[in-house]
Design a protein around this ligand. Sequence first.
Ligand code: NAD
Length: 426
Amino acid sequence: MYQLSVPPPHYPFFEIVQGYLREAAALIGLPDHVRLILSEPKNELIVHFPVRMDDGDMKLFKGYRIQHNNVLGPYKGGIRYHEDVSLDELKALASQMTWKSALMGIPFGGAKGGIKFNPREHSEDELRRITRRFTHALSSNIGPSHDIPAPDVGTNAQTMVWMMDTFMNTGGTTEKSDQRAVVTGKTINCGGSEGRERATGQGVVHCIKEWAKENRFDLEGATAIVQGFGNVGSYAAALLAKLGVSTIATGDHTGYLRNEEGFNAHKLGEYVKEHGSIEGYPRGEKISRSEFFSMAADLCIPAALENQIGEEEGKALQVRLVAEGANGPINPDGEDVLADRGIPVIPDVLANSGGVTVSYYEWVQNRNSEHWDIEQVDARLLHTMRRGYQRTMYYAEKRGVNPRIAAYALALETLATSYAERGIFP
Ligand code: NAD
């Protein structure tokens, strides 16, 4: 039996996602040939490329791009820099992008990529060279009408700008400025969209607001625990604070902190940007991972990695709602325990879809040489998230399934219709 102080044992993430696919496929009577097609990615690209380190040594890196499906539009999905990146993980994440886009009515397919290394061990110069060599190695396998990367764990707007610049400088000379749309999540200056950086956290918060409205729960004065204080976690906490929700505990790869008065999410976010983690933040008391998951709070937002809430964490949690900011943070054992305990879960493909939604807005703006103001982006995102939430919950209620299976089923219905209309080539 593992201890709560370490994450649950390894779980084959792709197999888990396949299980959800099978369950949702059976629910809607998905034709078997469509299920078969969707059960594997279309393309799995693995590249090895050398990069010169600051000390003159050369290192060889392993990079991936998994293109799961493009029946609804170009492949779309993040780039992860993390030492645990693997083919299994990226296949799962790529397929989730397919379901997410289909569920939210975004004309994109699904993809995911990454490099297996720890970005924290490298200088800014090395990260730039690694990113440029990786982009070069992917070459024409990505493109504004074909496959569009975005930030994920360990990458950010700067990474995307390096990718864009490399792609533009190594591609053909025609229509160069159209090629800015090869990646999303860029800095505003280099073609990024207003509101993209906070979009995933914002989407999580829109879902929580919908849940609170539905359940007549007053968010003013409520509390939250947030695992991961990177892009998704920090924005979710900051936006919740505006609604009167205090984040009373948080944690990252360096450990966990509690502050019963509530963290100043903005200040903690600034601290993490400067120091790379929450470690050493003075306004919080150190706690263990198990204390974090046992804390009484209204909301739990896992916003770090997959497979963080298993059976033990599921039993320990004392919250009213789990909103999955991260992809795949609850494993099936954790899911079963939460279901038995009547703790609802807003599933990842819905809860964190604000990121891909505003990425789509960025792509549209780039392609039309437009720049939308923040009010326009916010209003569209709010509308899309509300619609996604209401459709999912209505379907779950109607079919008597949990929201995760409902979200998958809705996505599969859209994909199945497209396959039925297009047929299978040749
Ligand atoms: P990030 O790199 O900005 O932040 C990741 C956070 O997780 C950091 O605080 C890091 O310290 C923490 N972390 C890493 N390993 C950990 C561990 N072992 N235990 C506890 N914490 C750990 O990444 P992000 O973009 O915020 O992504 C977080 C999650 O949200 C991922 O699952 C990602 O796929 C998902 N997501 C991100 C976006 C986006 O727009 N960035 C969109 C949709 C989903």
